[in-house]
Design a protein. Structure first.
Length: 279
């Protein structure tokens, strides 16, 4: 009887070791699978290059870390990338991976660098990427555009994200491709041709896909980038407007008053353009 118990205990320990070893092996291969998946699906959704340096997953704790995420720019823009992120920390409900909806408890994006190139009142790189994503979303996502190749495959899993935080963002701004009227307004503020680096307030999204069957990866990307684009435009236009308002108070003599009147027109013009971009 004692021998039988020893054999059973020994077998249980060996089985546990094999299970743990299997999880580790699967985790190692899964890192590469996720990296390849992001670098494949990302360009299909955003129509720009998407690259990752590293992906680290822990199936036991339901955590993941993504390092060196770089989102490229559309053709025609000079800056090498639109967004770069050093670290993304993700917490997932491990059991949900086996269900139809993956439950992501938290996503924390730390210190991303955004390159805003173009006009805050018209065409710009972030707006172009948003247009690309919206077009894919309307068509039903990348799977729908490749329907023959996807025939017979299960539909993609939906996602729920309970808490999505983007913090410590810096925006590098370069004005290009503006109309003559927009250029005139920006030139008179004295910031045309200069690159600005502006801090972005924290972006906090919650309960994405929580009260439904979940959202697709395309819709999650659309909402996330939409929040970034909106926040960036507000900061850029607010900065330009504040510079214009500050110049209104320059000088008390006739020349100063003339500058003030001119800058008042600029501020009103920028406000009118801002309304057009937000409608």
């Amino acid at each position: 009887m004692k021998l039988l118990k020893k054999i059973l205990w020994g077998s249980a320990i060996v089985l546990l070791i094999l299970v743990i070893a299997g999880i580790i092996v699967v985790g190692v291969f899964l890192d590469g699978i996720v990296k390849k998946g992001v670098e494949t699906a990302g360009p299909q959704i955003a129509k720009v290059s998407v690259e990752l340096d590293e992906v680290h997953l822990s199936l036991l704790t339901g955590s993941a870390k993504i390092k060196g995420l770089v989102v490229g720019n559309p053709e025609g823009y000079k800056t090498p990338q639109a967004i770069s992120v050093g670290l993304v920390a993700i917490g997932v409900n491990p059991l949900s991976v086996l269900s139809d909806k993956i439950v992501v408890r938290s996503v924390r994006v730390e210190a991303p660098e955004i390159s805003f190139e173009g006009s805050p009142f018209g065409k710009n790189n972030l707006g172009q990427i948003m247009d690309n994503i919206n077009a894919i979303a309307k068509s039903g996502g990348p799977a729908a555009t490749n329907a023959p190749a996807q025939a017979g495959k299960k539909p993609a899993k939906k996602i729920e994200v309970d808490d999505f935080l983007i913090t410590g963002t810096k925006v590098h701004v370069s004005f290009t491709g503006m109309s003559s009227k927009e250029m005139m307004l920006v030139n008179l503020t004295g910031i045309s041709g200069k690159e600005m680096t502006l801090p972005l307030p924290d972006i906090h999204l919650t309960d994405l896909g929580k009260d439904s069957d979940g959202i697709t990866a395309t819709d999650l990307t659309r909402r996330m980038l939409g929040a970034i684009t909106s926040a960036t435009l507000k900061v850029v236009i607010s900065t330009v407007t504040d510079i214009g308002k500050g110049a209104e108070n320059v000088g008390k003599d006739d020349a100063g008053k003339a500058v003030g009147r001119g800058m008042n027109k600029i501020t009103k013009g920028i406000g009118g353009l801002f309304k057009k971009t937000t409608n």
